[in-house]
Write a protein that binds this ligand. Sequence first.
Ligand SMILES: C[S@@+](CC[C@H](N)C(=O)[O-])C[C@H]1O[C@@H](n2cnc3c(N)ncnc32)[C@H](O)[C@@H]1O
Length: 218
Amino acid sequence: MKKVITADNTETFLNEEVKETYHSQTGAVEEALKKYAIPCKIKEKAETGTLRILDVCFGMGYNSAMAIDVALEANPCCQIEVVGLEYDPEIVKKIQEVNPPINFFQHYKQLTPTNLEFQKDNVKVKILLGDARETVKQLSPEYFDAIFFDPFSPKTSPEMWTPDFLKGMWRVIKTTGILATYSCARMIRENLVKADFLYDDGPIVGRRGPGTLATKWV
Ligand SMILES: C[S@@+](CC[C@H](N)C(=O)[O-])C[C@H]1O[C@@H](n2cnc3c(N)ncnc32)[C@H](O)[C@@H]1O
């Protein structure tokens, strides 16, 4: 896997099979903060004292590690639980080869394909290694405050953007929860509606289109 330096000077890798990078080339760490942590209201949710994040397509975990930084800055005592869904042990190994400017990422270095969970003070992190379409079934309903939904593109990984898989997201997110994804493709938004989500534009960060934010009907 070839390392790529993105426009905010942070590292990612190129996946040769799908010919996509693991993060936006306009800025890997910027994307974690501006497309996921901020729009999912991580700071506000951390202030309530508990925070549960589902990091779908965990990769090297930039999105949730950044959210932990934001949450701990808002409330150092917040009880935080992150569950990551990832099927490729090779990308989990790559955590050792990157050093994004995210404070909590130093603890993510404990994660390897044979050590898939750790606890650091009030923060628990666990990766469920396997096809997310299966592992999602192990999760409790109405559990997560935020879902970071970050598969490869709908073009290369259509199986990750189906109404069926999105219904799995619907099952595990709280009624107050927010799902964020980088894609604004019409088909994706239609599939979110088929899965009973409402959607809205997410922020525009380094791309022409906005991302998408989804919540449950209430
Ligand atoms: C765009 S990258 C995500 C990058 C990641 N969020 C990060 O911060 O490093 C997409 C990820 O989805 C994973 N993936 C692809 N298909 C999957 C599946 N069926 N189940 C779980 N993970 C999958 C890939 O291995 C890859 O790590």
